[in-house]
Design a protein around this ligand. Sequence first.
Ligand SMILES: Cc1cc2nc3c(=O)[nH]c(=O)nc-3n(C[C@H](O)[C@H](O)[C@H](O)COP(=O)(O)OP(=O)(O)OC[C@H]3O[C@@H](n4cnc5c(N)ncnc54)[C@H](O)[C@@H]3O)c2cc1C
Ligand SMILES: *[C@@H]1O[C@H](CO)[C@@H](O)[C@H](O)[C@H]1NC(C)=O
Ligand SMILES: *[C@@H]1O[C@H](CO)[C@@H](O)[C@H](O)[C@H]1NC(C)=O
Length: 156
Amino acid sequence: MSRTSTLYAEFKMIRFLYFLSTLSVAAAAPAGSSPALTYDYVIVGGGTSGLVIAKHLSENSNVPVLVIEVGGSVLDNTNVTSMNGYGRAFGTDIDWQYKSVPQTCGGNSTQVLRAGKALASTSVINGMSFTRAEHVQIDAWQTIGNNGLTWNALWP
Ligand SMILES: Cc1cc2nc3c(=O)[nH]c(=O)nc-3n(C[C@H](O)[C@H](O)[C@H](O)COP(=O)(O)OP(=O)(O)OC[C@H]3O[C@@H](n4cnc5c(N)ncnc54)[C@H](O)[C@@H]3O)c2cc1C
Ligand SMILES: *[C@@H]1O[C@H](CO)[C@@H](O)[C@H](O)[C@H]1NC(C)=O
Ligand SMILES: *[C@@H]1O[C@H](CO)[C@@H](O)[C@H](O)[C@H]1NC(C)=O
């Protein structure tokens, strides 16, 4: 399973409207249906963090959650799905390609800052590397009041 389809699978309980290039609710509604017009939560940005929040908020199916993402689906984009494709999507339509101001300590050069512009956001262009924290760092989450968020509980 690709990283994006994993996110999709986690996401199917969400009352989800997906906007291609317009943020119009009417344009996104499937033919013959009308979307709910009120939501308890509106999340702007269907990215790594936004989708996790949406997934947890929508665990209660009575809570309508709307996610607005300006980018499109990339499930058919091999620059994303290729396991050895790191860097291929840089500079393409799914990269925001933010430009920095001239860097005075860098010969006044302008730098490009990458960020994903797609459903699943920067996870569609990132390197998929994972660095495990120290167990004391994970256990600290419980210490500050998040009961059950421990190294041993998360290990599986
Ligand atoms: C090149 C690169 C490589 C990386 N490699 C790794 C790695 O190997 N391992 C790792 O753990 N992390 C890596 N990261 C970091 C990680 O990918 C990001 O920190 C993380 O994905 C950020 O998620 P986010 O949801 O906070 O923000 P973003 O990914 O920026 O998500 C924001 C979302 O909001 C959308 N959006 C923005 N404005 C609007 C708007 N007005 N309306 C609607 N939608 C909007 C964007 O299109 C985007 O989908 C890498 C990052 C980069 C740039
Ligand atoms: C994939 O990336 C290459 C450059 O790395 C680009 O030319 C091509 O258009 C990209 N494909 C898609 C579907 O965006
Ligand atoms: C960078 O720009 C500043 C302001 O224009 C200038 O004073 C400085 O000499 C420049 N530095 C380099 C390395 O070009």
